[in-house]
Design a protein around this ligand. Structure first.
Ligand SMILES: C[S@@+](CC[C@H](N)C(=O)[O-])C[C@H]1O[C@@H](n2cnc3c(N)ncnc32)[C@H](O)[C@@H]1O
Length: 303
């Protein structure tokens, strides 16, 4: 059936519904996840188009001169490490860049010789697979809920939330003004502004936003971007302001790992309860299960 006939059929069906039941049907059509299976393909394509747009605005390493701390921290890793943004470059893309000689998976241990060792890769964004795991398998139905992505960078969590969830509002808080501008560009082009808002700020100034959040996402926000004293103060701020009982916190890596080595007074057992996750939801062999296992879910406790 073509679009016009399908549209007429849907309208006729709605007209045939008892008038008293129509509001409930329309409400269900606006908020249900039952249509997800019909729209997922389109949503994946839209996210891939966004990745194309962002790739054309950014250097291959997807790091900017305006983030000197992050650039320096990558250089200080014990093993030679490069940043490859997992939202912009999936494994197939990396393979084709390696074939073209524009990227390498290895570095030379003795300059000029054949002896090579694998380079360390880190990503400052979630991949498409991780986003789908979070929205389809970790989080509940987000109808009417407010989601905050702390450190929204390219905006991947926000676009994923727009397309894969029914969250009523998705807020991104990002310290770096250049990345805020990129997010604004995507929001405008793809007409996401009815549900996505980006705030150019340090999360340590956003107490009321954290109070209102039903879901907070934190993908390794501070480790590469702040020194240890600032990381500790940012975590203290989050734990004081993310207090609404029952709200959900998604982190990479676990809270224990993020806080280890930092001087804080945070008592995890009186703030949150970890919710166990099933990481075996995908059967395909090319799934990066190690990346999924870094994702943790917590529920904020009554205090
Ligand atoms: C690893 S990226 C996360 C990107 C994105 N949330 C995702 O998962 O695809 C972390 C981002 O947090 C930002 N950031 C670091 N400290 C911050 C702070 N105190 N307030 C707001 N943003 C911060 C950094 O500039 C960086 O862009």
């Amino acid at each position: 059936m073509e679009f016009r006939s399908a549209q007429r059929a849907v309208l006729q069906l709605i007209e045939a519904v008892a008038p008293a039941d129509r509001p409930a049907l329309l409400q269900w059509m606006r908020t249900t996840r039952d249509f997800d299976e019909f729209t997922q393909d389109n949503n994946d394509i839209m996210l891939k188009n966004i990745a194309d747009d962002l790739r054309s605005c950014l250097p291959l390493e997807t790091m900017l001169a305006s983030e000197p701390v992050a650039l320096q921290k990558i250089q200080q890793q014990p093993e030679p490490t490069v940043h490859v943004d997992a939202f912009l470059y999936d494994e197939d893309f990396i393979d084709s860049l390696c074939e073209e000689g524009r990227m390498s998976r290895n570095y030379c241990t003795v300059c000029g010789s054949q002896q090579t060792a694998p380079l360390g890769f880190i990503s400052h964004s979630f991949s498409l697979m991780e986003l789908k795991f979070i929205y389809h398998h970790i989080l509940p139905d987000l109808s009417g809920k407010v989601l905050v992505d702390v450190g929204s960078r390219l905006g991947t969590v926000l676009y994923g939330g727009y397309l894969y969830s029914s969250a009523v509002q998705l807020y991104g808080v990002e310290l770096n003004g250049d990345f805020c501008q990129l997010q604004e560009m995507v929001i405008k082009k793809y007409q996401f502004s009815d549900r996505i808002k980006v705030i150019h700020a340090d999360i340590r100034t956003q107490g009321s936003l954290l109070h209102s959040a039903d879901v907070v996402i934190m993908n390794n926000v501070f480790e590469y971007f702040l020194n240890e004293t600032e990381q500790a103060s940012a975590w203290e701020y989050i734990s004081h302001n993310l207090k609404k009982p029952g709200s959900l916190l998604v982190t990479v890596p676990s809270l224990e790992d993020s806080l280890s080595g930092l001087q804080t007074n945070i008592q995890l057992s009186s703030w949150v309860e970890e919710v166990p996750l099933n990481y075996d939801v995908y059967s395909q062999s090319d799934i990066d299960k190690e990346a999924l296992e870094q994702i943790h879910l917590y529920k904020i406790l009554q205090h």
